[in-house]
Ligand binder design. Structure first.
Ligand SMILES: Cc1cc2nc3c(=O)[nH]c(=O)nc-3n(C[C@H](O)[C@H](O)[C@H](O)COP(=O)(O)OP(=O)(O)OC[C@H]3O[C@@H](n4cnc5c(N)ncnc54)[C@H](O)[C@@H]3O)c2cc1C
Length: 550
């Protein structure tokens, strides 16, 4: 009798177990604190249920499958008739179903399209932050859908028809007219070939045709093209105007959105981003002719909050993976976690996430309260672009550093780090790129007295911690010049983060953040700013309590 040779040449050891089947909420000290201090404490048990659901191995597997099996465009059917449909892998639909069921696309609105009562924004922000840690591509239509209702407020009659279809827990992926579906999603089309930042240069036209308009032109980026309708900017007789462009006309025929091709993107691969031609598409006006930017900015402001939330979530997942791995991996007879230099790196990464999550959750609270409190409205106006700029631009280099903590394993696709790394830059680019965010802050400081006062107030709050005079932090005449805008806005984001940390983090953490991000110039590389050992221990236990090891 032949005996098969054994090919196992070794026992596998000194590897960390997979980071899955975890509670994304209860294992995250800074998130729990931020939820508590921003008024959503009573949501904690439900957030823990959500954190356990999204932290399962099954959700991580869905995320992998949705990104490995990218969406496909079917422009024509076999007989040459136009189809213009995109097919997604079932895993993408599963992720959409889970996010819609949890209300990520709508929980901040009532079924009539009014803002839901606080702490709706903070509670949703916590869920969004956890979801982004697992899969972010599908969050593009989720974000746009919830944000679009903000712009539809410019047309109360249309909002009253659309909102009940949006504010449901039902994900309906069928390619049918929106009014026949159990739930709908919304996208946006602003960017054209000749300009994305400068939307006033749009050349797509809208011609009045009875009660509706006919759109002719194109969009160079139109993400999630299987959304049921889009808010689109086009030039009408009265100037740049916002339009509601559904996939189906009122008579039930397919509207004239011709999907040209899908972008082959660096990351964000589970999500489809198309190029589209509007070949005489049916459209309804939203807001007055000529007020397109004013109308759609209501949507854009909300999407910017989500960009910051998602990038903070990416950093959180990268940090958790790094800390988790280093607790198991030994090099030179010692766990990496206990090697002094690795601890310095991990603690500095944890400090970055502390600032990011404290700031973005504080901002979510401002969105909750802006309608009833002018100071919170000014906070949202000033800090949204600053937080988006700072957090989204920090994420790529942060994730790279966390990847290196896992050594070669971190560079390998299954580790999740490569997907996070590829995903991260897009949040800085879309919905207002880095420089554009800085210009937006300058605009707010120049035009909005409350915003300028708020900067001073935040600086005064932070200054005792730094042992510096508030004048050290205040913008003085720095913001007079665009060339220095990144300095001003970086400082504003850090000051606002310090103020947020004062409410939610131990004093040692706040002090370390203030010292390393405001008094000192933070080193371009993590782990090089001398966080003391006791503070490092606090940071690492808050980042991932050792008891939460899987
Ligand atoms: C994956 C993906 C999906 C997208 N999906 C959508 C979508 O669904 N709908 C949609 O409408 N758009 C979408 N976009 C487009 C995106 O919003 C734009 O790419 C973005 O707004 C930038 O516009 P642009 O590409 O035309 O760059 P430009 O406007 O040419 O800007 C180029 C650079 O110049 C900088 N800049 C601009 N003005 C100034 C200034 N005055 N001073 C200094 N610097 C300046 C910008 O910050 C940027 O870094 C998507 C983009 C990507 C990558």
């Amino acid at each position: 009798m032949n005996t098969l040779p054994r090919f196992d040449t070794q026992e596998v050891f000194n590897q960390s177990p997979a980071y899955e089947n975890i509670d994304l909420f209860s294992s995250d000290g800074p998130l729990q604190e931020a939820v508590r201090v921003n008024g959503a404490e009573h949501e904690a048990p439900a957030l823990a249920v959500f954190g356990r659901q999204w932290g399962t191995a099954e959700m991580f597997a869905l995320a992998r499958r949705a990104n490995e099996n990218t969406p496909k465009l079917y422009t024509f059917d076999p007989k040459g008739f136009r189809r213009d449909v995109v097919e997604f892998h079932p895993a993408y639909h599963d992720l959409m179903r889970a996010s819609v069921a949890a209300g990520l696309h709508a929980s901040t609105w009532t079924p009539s399209g009014q803002r839901a009562a606080p702490p709706a924004e903070v509670a949703r922000a916590a869920r969004y932050y956890m979801t982004a840690q697992v899969e972010s591509g599908h969050l593009c239509p989720i974000t746009m859908t919830r944000a679009a209702l903000g712009a539809l407020g410019a047309d109360p009659a249309l909002l009253a028809r659309v909102a009940p279809k949006v504010v449901t827990a039902s994900y309906d992926a069928a390619f049918r007219p929106w009014w026949e579906k159990s739930g709908m999603t919304l996208g946006m089309g602003m960017t054209e070939k000749q300009g994305g930042t400068d939307v006033r240069a749009n050349i797509t036209t809208a011609t009045l045709a009875g009660d509706s308009y006919t759109i002719v032109g194109h969009k160079w980026f139109l993400s999630a093209p299987m959304c049921d309708a889009f808010l689109v900017l086009a030039q009408a007789a009265g100037g740049l105007t916002c339009f509601f462009v559904p996939r189906f006309r009122p008579d039930g025929s397919v509207n004239a959105l011709r999907l040209q091709r899908l972008k082959d993107k660096l990351g964000n691969r589970s999500n489809a981003s198309s190029e589209v031609e509007f070949a005489g598409a049916f459209a309804l006006r939203v807001g007055d002719e000529g007020s397109g930017v004013r109308t759609i900015i209501q949507m854009v402001q909300l999407t910017r909050l989500d960009c910051g939330l998602a990038s903070a979530g990416f950093m959180r997942m990268a940090l958790a993976q790094a800390v988790h791995h280093c607790r198991y991996r030994s090099v030179f007879q010692k766990h990496l976690y206990d090697q002094p230099m690795m601890r310095a790196v991990l603690a500095d990464l944890a400090l970055e996430v502390e600032g990011a999550v404290a700031l973005i959750m504080r901002l979510a609270r401002a969105f909750d309260r802006a309608a009833s409190d002018p100071r919170e409205a000014a906070y949202a106006r000033l800090v949204t672009p600053a937080a988006k700029y700072w957090i989204c631009k920090t994420a790529p280099s942060f994730i790279y550093e966390a990847m290196e903590c896992l050594g070669g394993n971190g560079y390998v696709e299954e580790s999740v780090l490569p997907r996070l790394y590829r995903e991260a830059p897009v949040n800085a680019i879309w919905e207002g790129s880095g420089n554009v965010m800085c210009l937006d802050v300058l605009r707010a400081l120049k035009r909005d007295r409350e915003a300028a006062d708020l900067f001073g107030e935040l600086a005064r709050e932070a200054s005792p911690l730094l042992g510096k005079d508030a004048a050290f932090l205040e913008p003085t005449n720095e913001f007079a010049g665009e060339a220095a805008a990144r300095i001003t806005v970086g400082k504003l984001a850090a000051i606002a983060a310090v103020a947020a940390l004062e409410a939610s983090a131990p004093p040692a953490v706040t002090e370390a953040f203030a010292r390393t991000r405001l008094v000192q110039q933070h080193a371009a590389l993590y782990g090089a700013d001398g966080i003391e050992a006791r503070t490092a221990e606090i940071l690492l236990q808050r980042a991932l309590p050792e008891a939460s090891a899987v």
